[in-house]
Design a binder for this molecule. Sequence first.
Ligand SMILES: [Fe+2]
Length: 272
Amino acid sequence: METLQSKELKLQKITPNLGVTILDIDPNAAMDHKTAKEIDMLINTHHLVLMKSDKPIEREAQVNLTKQLGEPWRYDYIPGQYKDYPEIFKVTNQKGNGFTNAGQVWHSDGSIYNKRMHLSIFSIDKIPIDGASTYFSNLNYAYERLPDTMKQRLSTLEGNFGKMYRSHPVVWKHPITRIDLLHISEGFKNGFIDGANSNSLSFDESQEIHRFLNNHMWKENTYYEHKWKLGDLVIADNYAVAHLAKPNYSNTLRVLHRTATKGEKRAKRDET
Ligand SMILES: [Fe+2]
């Protein structure tokens, strides 16, 4: 795999269209402001950043790293989560060990909210006997490889997320880099609104687009499967990357630690 050189860091591309591994940073070590700035630039360019430690990622280290990259989300304590680490959201496959209803379909964390999550930072805490994987996909690449007719069709559509949330454009621009992005969400199964005339699409037409987008995201060689090892830390740019957990078939415990940084307020379609 191609090795790149940033000013300070030794890098290796993960796939041709997504992500970079920083080879010479231990994510368990304290990070200075200058390094955090450089990582921030790498996130804007590659959208997915992987670092590896030879020890499991410590909770304190993950929270500190998150604070260097932005303002962390904090969660109200609920049983199964960590009382002492309100920034860490535990995601699991077994009740009582954290949140169990996460990541079954392609999504970006917080994408249905008006105020989004910018970065999601993941580490693995418990790996089931059949392994743990998360799939990641570049949403700029997902947009660029759409047929022109579909780009045109999607350009005015908004996902209808029901009464609790505002509808969101299916195509929008990255708030920092201004690249075009395909927004992908299971919320799309609720249907679409044509923003050009505010009419809802018919059930059949909405289902057809939803199916098309799902198939589009699962095209071979378009996504990256990260096979977790203890000590891995992955930073995903939620604006430009969708992810989902690969299901486990063993009954053994899987626990992922997620921290996140606060993001931009989402613009309306005509402001993007
Ligand atoms: Fe997620």
